[in-house]
Design a protein around this ligand. Structure first.
Ligand SMILES: Nc1nc2c(ncn2[C@@H]2O[C@H](COP(=O)(O)OP(=O)(O)OP(=O)(O)O)[C@@H](O)[C@H]2O)c(=O)[nH]1
Ligand SMILES: [Mg+2]
Ligand SMILES: [Zn+2]
Length: 325
């Protein structure tokens, strides 16, 4: 334990920079190069970050000090986060923030052409959530081998819609091996959250690009979440090409929340340009006359499916608000 990347600390020879890949109670796996070093945290982090259940989260970039005795690490410093996926804790720490993953480079939403069919409402909900968390998003359009005359118009429309919105859309077929090189390039050297409905082919895709990597990325069942203190830990799985894939416990966990209904339009890039042009300044773009967004939909500048998603999310936020207050 002598050579090292250094910090300005006097004892720099034993300091290393790494990324937290797993957390199990009081131990954290910190990946440094291709080594994983079990580490603990200094007490001060527990004391200074009392409003969060976990002061150190998976995805955190940290500086550790290696202990000479047993090759474990002590987390000395947590670097500033670019973003985080978090949720409100349940149980006795109810209301506190639980950070599931920090420093996510991209959330990938997997959809399949068929079996199950495209689900734009699901996609839009996650895109809004990603936008709220300031995490770039992308779409993987799998099972392209199932493209047929019957579903082609819908699939092309879907592809173009999100392309136009500026999201990367990657058509793939895990079965035929199509599009996998492009997918690999997109995932390489990034921290990727891969999510999507069950059966769309997440495991098949990940296995195709990294054999043996079968992470649990599916949605957690409703009943599991009702457990009083479900502690859900995400994990970063290293890719041999560089980068990580994260399994997160379910998309519901980072569904749209903590957005005031009136702010929703700001989180949809195609609606955002119009939100301030309505007749009423507090327009919800739902039923009000003189709504600039509805005008844009009628003019063909906003896709009706996107407006439809907007309304669904709006209504769910309004319901939530009624329940809470
Ligand atoms: N035709 C076709 N079938 C595919 C493709 N990718 C996956 N499948 C099949 O779709 C089914 C579901 O694939 P999985 O990889 O298990 O899907 P998943 O998204 O991981 O599903 P969950 O783990 O339940 O969330 C399996 O029967 C796969 O063989 C594809 O590109 N084309
Ligand atoms: Mg799976
Ligand atoms: Zn309006």
């Amino acid at each position: 334990m002598t050579s090292s990347t250094s910090t300005s600390d006097g004892d720099s020879s034993s300091h290393k920079e790494g990324i937290v890949t797993r957390s199990t109670g009081s131990w954290y796996d910190v990946r440094v190069g291709d080594q994983t070093i079990p580490s603990r945290i200094r007490g001060k982090f527990r004391l200074t970050r009392q409003d969060v259940t976990n002061p150190v989260a998976v995805g955190d970039r940290v500086t550790i000090r290696l202990t000479k005795e047993d090759d474990t690490g002590l987390i000395m410093d947590i670097h500033e986060r670019t973003n985080k996926l978090s949720r409100r804790a349940a149980g006795h720490r109810q209301g506190e923030e639980h950070v599931m993953v920090a420093n996510v480079d991209r959330v990938w939403i997997v959809q399949s052409v068929q079996l199950p069919p495209l689900n734009p409402a699901f996609v839009d909900r996650l895109l809004v959530a990603a936008s709220v968390y300031e995490i770039p998003a992308g779409i993987i359009l799998n099972k392209m081998d199932l493209l047929s005359d019957a579903n082609r118009p819908e699939v092309m429309d879907f592809h173009l819609r999100y392309d136009d919105l500026g999201y990367p859309v990657l058509p793939t077929s895990a079965m035929k091996g199509d599009g996998l090189e492009r997918l690999k390039t997109a995932l390489q050297d990034q921290v990727n959250v891969v999510t999507g409905p069950s059966g769309t082919g997440k495991s098949s895709l990940l296995n195709a690009i990294e054999p043996g990597l079968d992470v649990e990325t599916g949605e957690v069942s409703e009943s599991t979440q009702k457990g009083t203190h479900t502690t859900t830990h995400a994990e970063l799985h290293p890719l041999s090409i560089g980068g990580y894939v994260v399994d997160t416990p379910g998309v519901r966990e980072f569904g749209v929340r903590e957005v005031h209904p009136k702010d929703l339009g700001h989180f949809m890039p195609d609606l955002a340009p119009y939100v301030n042009d309505c007749q009423f300044p507090d327009c919800t773009h739902d039923h009000e006359p003189g709504c600039a967004i509805k005008t844009a939909v009628n003019r063909g500048d906003v896709h009706p499916a996107r407006y439809d998603s907007y309304l669904r999310i709006l209504h769910s936020l309004q319901e939530e608000e009624e329940r809470t207050f």
